[in-house]
Design a protein around this ligand. Structure first.
Ligand code: SF4
Length: 437
């Protein structure tokens, strides 16, 4: 949600507010970790941190020679009642959201990718709708972070990689079933590296999940028999990450020579035509020139297979590894738009429902119905001492829109840009569309 009252009341500019929101999403951290964790350039952190400290919103603690910073609880600085001159309804909404963000921190949760409420189906593409309803609403269940690629844009960073135990996975599955969810996506890292994956898939099916989506980089699926075993266990749909058909670029991005194995994985899924197939291509600076060829590759594949195939061009999130490599990897949205439009045109002319995500619709006029953000929404199920609650605050805190966006016809369905992108490039590319196309 947009914060229209509280930042101004606290006297915060865009940097101060962005760093404050960052503090809601982290624990106690030393100053030198803040630029990476809050995705803000070194030079701007000091000014913003001084403002937050002076306003009593964050505190410092000296710990063995290291000064560590953390958020003061909002109850110490945020009144539930609107101060004089502030819109009381808006204040209540915004302060509730911040308190929720703070109070639910650290509680067990699962992310749910759900279907967006759709009022006018004429503004949707039938095949994309068919794919989204086949695979959503689903809990997004990470079975571990271990991976056999080392992607330059990975959102998991360089943390020590782990595999979750079967009991941990089962606890998340139970959380979803307590809210009657019937679909689950197994993700990672690379989920096929979990030695118990077939068993976890059959546990999910026995617990009542009707659909099990496998989200994979495809390397393991190139081994004969692996996909068959997973389908027998209960996998019902597959998503394969695939950024570019250009061998040199793929190897540079993934830091592994893996192209032939991923291509073999697509062919393996094609031998199971009942499996809906998705594919996510992360759009980065080096892959922009190759997007038209990527569209041709996907269209050729679509001509050969009978699966429902809905690939997606997903704008890179400048976080973790992508934040570290941002100068090489993260383009301005408007630098990527011409190639994205060309790729969409090529695909659609050949009957392939290629979609995009992370590009606000104001930047892609004429292609609005192909925005996958229109077909999905994300929230979390959090297990609190008082029961399971739905929460969007931690997801919404990662996105931001421009002040003029409220005038835009896409305002309600648009998810804006990531806060990390806004910290890098600002919001001047977002131009409200004032009449519906
Ligand atoms: S102007 Fe704002 S609301 Fe409209 S599409 Fe762009 S980012 Fe979204």
């Amino acid at each position: 949600m947009e914060f229209l009252e509280i930042p101004g009341y606290l006297g915060l500019d865009a940097d101060g507010w962005s760093l404050l929101v960052g503090f809601f999403l982290i624990r106690e951290e030393p100053r030198d970790r803040l630029p990476h964790l809050c995705q803000m350039d070194e030079a701007r952190v000091d000014g913003a941190l001084a403002t937050l400290h002076a306003a009593g919103l964050v505190r410092a603690r000296d710990d063995g020679g290291t000064r560590r910073w953390s958020l003061r609880p909002p109850s110490e600085w945020l009144s539930p009642q609107a101060p004089a001159g502030r819109d009381p309804d808006r204040w209540e909404m915004e302060s509730d959201e911040l308190r929720r963000l703070h109070d639910l921190r650290g509680m067990p949760r699962v992310t749910v990718v759900a279907n967006r409420e759709i009022r006018d189906r004429r503004r949707l593409q039938p095949e994309v709708l068919r794919y989204s309803t086949a695979t959503q609403p689903a809990i997004d269940l990470r079975v571990g972070t271990r991976c056999n690629l080392n992607c330059a844009y990975c959102l998991l960073g360089h943390e020590d990689r782990y595999l979750r135990t079967a009991a941990e996975v089962a606890a998340d599955l139970a959380l979803g079933r307590e809210r009657d969810l019937e679909k689950v996506s197994f993700t990672g890292g690379e989920p096929t590296l979990h030695p118990d994956l077939p068993r976890l898939v059959s546990v999910a099916r026995k617990m009542g999940y009707r659909e099990v989506v496998l989200v994979t980089n495809g390397l393991t699926l190139s081994i004969p028999g692996v996909l068959e075993r997973l389908v027998s266990a209960g996998v019902t749909a597959v998503g394969i990450s695939f950024d570019t058909p250009d061998r040199a670029t793929a190897e540079a991005l993934w830091q592994v020579d893996a192209l032939d194995r991923v291509l073999a994985a697509f062919e393996a899924v094609g031998r199971h035509p009942a499996l809906p197939l998705g594919s996510i291509a992360v759009v980065t600076r080096p892959t922009i020139p190759q997007l038209p060829d990527l569209a041709r590759f996907f269209a050729d594949l679509n001509d050969r297979i009978d699966n429902l195939f809905v690939p997606n061009l997903d704008f890179v999130m400048p976080e973790e590894n992508a934040w570290i490599h941002r100068d090489d990897l993260v383009p301005r949205l408007t630098d990527a738009v011409p190639a994205v439009m060309e790729a969409l045109s090529i695909a659609h002319a050949r009957g392939l429902p290629l979609t995009f995500r992370g590009f606000p619709p104001c930047l892609l006029p004429g292609f609005e119905t192909w925005s996958y953000d229109r077909y999905m929404t994300i929230f979390q199920l959090v297990r609190t001492p008082g029961g399971i609650v739905f929460d969007r605050a931690a997801i919404d805190a990662l996105r931001v829109k421009a002040p003029g966006c409220r005038r835009c016809v896409h305002y309600r369905e648009c998810t804006g840009v990531s806060r990390s992108y806004a910290n890098l490039f600002g919001l001047s590319e977002l131009v409200p569309v004032e009449a519906r196309p």
